[in-house]
Design a protein around this ligand. Structure first.
Ligand SMILES: [Zn+2]
Length: 137
């Protein structure tokens, strides 16, 4: 591939990602379905988001992290200075700062310890049904 073509493709990808992010930001989150007992699927514009469910039985630090992750999913913002982007694969990526309790590296072990880990097989199942139009959002 020559340099000009590579540049054009890069620009096209950046334009696509900016449009997707704008649609995501503008869209109202709509509840779609439960994902196991600890997560919920929400549609936000063109994206399906897997959001942890608030549970009063969680330890306080997990409750705080769940609240931050929900806020980040619905608003695209977090006090930590969250950054959002569309990955090369076209996925909506929410990156909390490593010091944020909602950061994946801190959140996942906390959720797993509380028996509230995300079940990826169930995610794939819900995603397929949503994509096929079997779940409204
Ligand atoms: Zn954060």
């Amino acid at each position: 591939m020559n340099g000009r073509k590579a540049k054009q493709q890069k620009r096209a990808l950046r334009t696509r990602n900016e449009r997707l992010l704008a649609r995501l930001r503008a869209a109202e989150a709509v509840y779609v379905a439960p994902v196991g007992e600890a997560f919920e699927a929400w549609q936000k514009g063109p994206a399906l988001l897997f959001v942890p469910t608030l549970n009063e039985d969680y330890p306080p630090e997990l409750k705080e992290a769940v609240a931050l992750r929900r806020q980040a999913a619905f608003t695209g913002a977090c006090p930590c200075g969250l950054t959002t982007r569309i990955s090369q694969a076209g996925e909506y990526d929410l990156a909390h700062k490593v010091t944020c309790p909602a950061d994946t590296l801190r959140f996942d072990p906390m959720a797993a310890a509380a028996g509230a880990a995300l079940d990826y097989r169930e995610c794939v199942d819900v995603f397929r049904r949503w994509k096929a139009g079997a779940l409204s959002g």
